[in-house]
Design a protein around this ligand. Structure first.
Ligand SMILES: Nc1nc2c(ncn2[C@@H]2O[C@H](COP(=O)(O)OP(=O)(O)O)[C@@H](O)[C@H]2O)c(=O)[nH]1
Ligand SMILES: [Mg+2]
Length: 394
């Protein structure tokens, strides 16, 4: 990672006089060998319960079809009850394994979930757990135990039905046991629908974390709610965050890319984050914690967005934004820091009056300042020969 950063023009060692996140990444890479981001995105989800049942039923019907054909070919005569029982036994096993095998895979994945994760994804996963626990009081562990139970029960019931079938001599009786077993499985699946839903929800959230390439410069946009962070990400990068005039519209982190092939090729990643309020870390909600986790655990450059127009609401009053800025600067003293003033079209004051020197003023309405911002990002990405030796407050 460090080599890639250096190749990109970064002088991490010179910039970071005390251990910072670049060292953390270096250390964890050295320790665990491969600590890559994106592991949580690779999780495979469970299908919803009716789909799971539907797939298993289709496999079962296909099995009946194939086995009947085979039996006919072999016998070339009318099939007797024994043949009929055999076919239906096999079909129940096909049904059972097409539920139990994928469920087993997911359980295994859940078990391995928090092993060997990159620090950022580990913290993000813990925050997602915390959020879900708070919202619906349900633990992933309980859902996993429920699914383990479901899996065992389905395997047991269908084995039981199979052995009953092998003792039967009457086709109607065979069909009755067969259909009853299937119906019971359907009911069981429905009973565990909440567990399935909970796991599906987790996997969906884990998979929605952005893929971050640690070899490409990363800029994290932070600031109070409603100050225009998402609008800037949308305006300068490929990112498509939702923009709205209420706080915590952005509920998760999202990544946009800037690719520029015109000046010899450079690229960077810009991360949109949920707004952060001016308050103690202990009081932060899960979304704010996610933003802080991204700043803490990723080798990122910080773009702090301030809205001086007083249009972003009571939670983002100017003095609160300034206090937040001071707070975060103190927390990340060695990180590259870029001040951006948003909503330039509404701006009536000089930002330096508030102690914000050398800020880039942008407006997503008129487009003013956006090109300047892109040029600065390019320079700081090492593509434009920008200042590298010392930390600059651009
Ligand atoms: N006048 C003006 N309004 C803006 C500008 N950028 C964003 N806004 C508005 O500010 C509100 C919050 O924007 P958003 O990007 O969602 O802010 P975020 O919460 O910091 O991500 C929305 O109503 C936007 O339309 C701008 O440059 N000028
Ligand atoms: Mg937003």
């Amino acid at each position: 990672v460090r080599q890639a950063m250096l190749a990109g023009g970064w002088r991490w060692r010179a910039m970071h006089s005390q251990p910072d996140v670049s060292e953390v990444v270096e250390l964890s890479t050295a320790r665990g060998g491969e600590v890559k981001l994106g592991k949580l995105r690779q999780l495979v989800n469970l299908p919803p319960f009716d789909e799971m049942f539907g797939i298993a039923r289709k496999k079962m019907l296909a099995c009946i079809d194939v086995e009947l054909r085979k039996a006919h070919k072999k016998k070339k005569s009318e099939l007797n009850a024994l043949d009929f029982a055999n076919v239906h036994k096999l079909s129940l096993l096909a049904f059972s394994s097409s539920i139990s095998i994928p469920l087993g895979e997911v359980l295994k994945q859940n078990e391995n979930l928090l092993k060997g994760l990159h620090d950022f994804e580990r913290v993000a996963a813990e925050l997602i757990f915390e959020d879900s626990r708070r919202n619906n009081g349900q633990e992933l562990d309980n859902a996993t135990a429920g699914i383990t139970e479901l899996r065992k029960q389905i395997v047991f019931d269908l084995k039981d039905a199979s052995s009953k079938i092998s003792k039967l001599k009457n086709k109607d009786e065979i069909m009755l046991v067969h259909n009853t077993a299937l119906q019971k499985s359907k009911v069981l699946l429905a009973q565990h629908n909440n567990d399935i839903k909970l796991i599906r929800n987790y996997v969906k959230r884990f998979r929605s974390l952005p893929f971050i390439d640690l070899s490409v410069p990363l800029f994290v946009l932070v600031g109070a709610p409603n100050v225009g962070k998402s609008s800037i990400v949308k305006a300068v990068s490929t990112g498509e965050p939702e923009v709205a005039d209420y706080i915590f519209t952005t509920r998760k982190i999202l990544l946009g890319h800037i690719y520029d092939t015109t000046y010899g090729g450079w690229q960077c990643q810009v991360m949109d984050t949920p707004g952060v309020l001016s308050r103690n870390d202990e009081d932060r909600n899960v979304m704010e914690k996610m933003t802080i986790a991204a700043m803490e655990n990723l080798p990122s450059n910080i773009i702090f967005v301030t809205d001086l127009s007083e249009t972003s609401g009571s939670k983002s009053k100017l003095e609160l934004q300034l206090a937040l800025r001071q707070d975060l600067r103190g927390k990340f003293p060695n990180r590259r820091w870029l001040d951006v003033i948003s909503k330039g079209d509404l701006l009536e004051i000089d930002p330096s009056e508030f102690g914000i020197e050398n800020a880039v003023v942008v407006s997503c309405i008129t487009g003013d300042g956006l090109e300047k911002l892109r040029v600065l990002l390019k320079e700081q990405s090492g593509a434009g020969g920008g200042a590298e030796e010392e930390r600059v407050n651009v």
